[in-house]
Design a protein around this ligand. Structure first.
Ligand code: ADP
Ligand code: MG
Length: 454
């Protein structure tokens, strides 16, 4: 690829990623080589390579492909002479795992590489994940197999993969001779299909049945893939019979995975099933604090204002991956423009993320919270009774509904037992008034608002 072609592609990228992203991330890239489908770009720092790979790798690949380049992968590397580490890669599709094994060493094992950042040391424990963490720790101690399989499940970005890698690292540390294999269900399928194609099933079976610990990530992937399921089932049984530990993860509970045979579901439930709950504020803050400690080493001169982390932990309540990405973007941005990370910079820099994770609060949620808070029944909050003990909380709930949702007064009225919009308006005004002179009401409102936003 000539510099001219890259110049043209950059112009197209300018359109797709926007001016400020372009200036910050695309312009500094220096095209290096295009060799056997791998396009390599030089970046000034590894951090930047990571960032570009994560956020713009797909865009770059798309534009390269559109312009007729034969590319299957984009790599970013720090040129020799600078503090070069391993190149950062964005792959086109899940690669068919090679026989490289987990993190090297085990030459003939069929696993995927382990991420060196995913260890127990870097896993922050909080109420939502303490059970899963404890179970993972227990399995990682090795020794007698107490529950088999360990089935971990939970939503996207809650730490399933992190925990599995942590188990693998720990097992390998304690017993280097153990044959520990980690791979995704998708990779399991690829290898299975490959073995079928190469008429090499015997070797495939031998390989998988010879491991000591098998971890299969995102097992929901095998739903409706009948032959793969069947093979997984046999592998599973063979290993359990030999008392080998199996660890499985999924984005939902075993019984909730549609398209998996009952006998497999019941097998998967026969050990210990634990779930990772959605994060809470404290856990998110803990994770952010830990990441800041990590980043600080990379950016010793960067200052972050008080309150920024708390703000992020409050506002980004989706998954941890999004949270990490946001923090990383802040650091990257702050260090590029050489400014300290203030609240204002945070809001500017993360406007899109913050918008996307703005949780939609519903009137029903508000009603539930308010009735809990005042210890009255939901039916009394919504119902016709006009005594003060019900009427005041009702007005507070109306006020919060007006302030925290996009519902109109008539819509709110309908949700409060079909009341007229003027009644709602009156309630909202009343609370606005009381808020100024009654500190108890002001406190109640603040508490409720915070708990709804958490
Ligand atoms: P999942 O596999 O459940 O989708 P991951 O394990 O890939 O989620 O986690 C997403 C990201 O969030 C990873 O970078 C991981 O390190 C991080 N993460 C999730 N939970 C925690 C935690 N409790 N402590 C530290 N990092 C976490
Ligand atoms: Mg995962």
């Amino acid at each position: 690829m000539t510099d001219d072609v890259w110049g043209q592609i950059r112009q197209n990228l300018l359109k797709t990623v926007g001016k400020s992203n372009y200036t910050n991330w695309i312009e500094p890239l220096e095209f290096s080589t295009l060799d056997s489908g791998v396009a390599t770009f030089h970046v000034p720092t590894n951090f930047m390579g990571n960032w570009v790979s994560r956020n713009f790798g797909d865009n770059i690949m798309q534009e390269l492909t559109k312009s007729g380049q034969k590319v299957s992968r984009v790599e970013f590397s720090v040129p020799a002479g600078t503090s070069a580490q391993k190149p950062v890669t964005k792959k086109k599709a899940t690669p068919i795992p090679t026989l490289a094994g987990n993190g090297g060493g085990d030459g003939d094992l069929p696993g995927a590489p382990l991420d060196s950042r995913y260890t127990f040391e870097t896993f922050v424990v909080g109420k939502p994940n303490e059970l899963a963490h404890a179970a993972a720790k227990r399995v990682a101690e090795g020794g007698v197999v107490t529950f088999n399989p360990l089935f971990l499940y939970g939503g996207v970005g809650l730490g399933k993969t992190h925990l599995m890698h942590a188990i693998a690292w720990e097992l390998k540390k304690r017993s280097p001779e153990l044959r520990v294999v980690y791979l995704s269900a998708e990779q399991f399928m690829y290898r299975f299909v490959q073995a079928l194609r190469d008429k090499d099933m015997i070797a495939f079976k031998q390989l998988f049945r010879s491991v000591d610990v098998l971890m299969v990530d995102d097992v929901q992937f095998i739903a409706r893939k009948d032959a793969t399921q069947e093979e997984f089932f046999h592998t599973f049984n063979a290993l359990v019979d030999q008392n080998k530990q199996i660890i499985i993860s999924s984005d939902r509970a075993p019984t909730e995975i549609d398209g998996i045979e009952d006998r497999i579901v019941s097998r998967m439930q026969s050990g210990l099933v634990v779930d990772l709950h959605p994060t809470n504020y404290e856990l998110r803050l803990g994770i952010l604090q830990q990441k800041v400690d990590q980043f600080s080493a990379q950016f010793p001169n960067l200052h972050m204002d008080d309150g920024v982390l708390e703000f992020l932990a409050h506002r980004i309540s989706t998954n941890v991956r999004v949270l990490e990405g946001a923090l990383m973007r802040l650091f990257a941005f702050g260090s590029l423009v050489g400014r300290e990370i203030t609240m204002e910079l945070t809001q500017d820099c993360l406007a899109d993320v913050l918008r996307a994770s703005d949780r939609k609060i519903t009137v029903e949620e508000i009603q539930r919270k308010v009735s809990d808070h005042f210890n009255i029944r939901l039916s009394d909050l919504i119902g016709p009774k006009r005594v003060r003990t019900f009427a005041r909380p009702r007005q507070i709930a109306m006020y919060l509904s007006k302030k925290m949702t996009s519902r109109s007064l008539p819509e709110i009225g309908r949700r409060f037992g079909g009341r007229d919009h003027t009644t709602v308006m009156h309630g909202v005004r009343k609370i606005e008034e009381l808020k100024q002179k009654d500190s108890q009401i002001a406190d109640d409102l603040e508490l409720l608002r915070r708990s709804l936003e958490a």
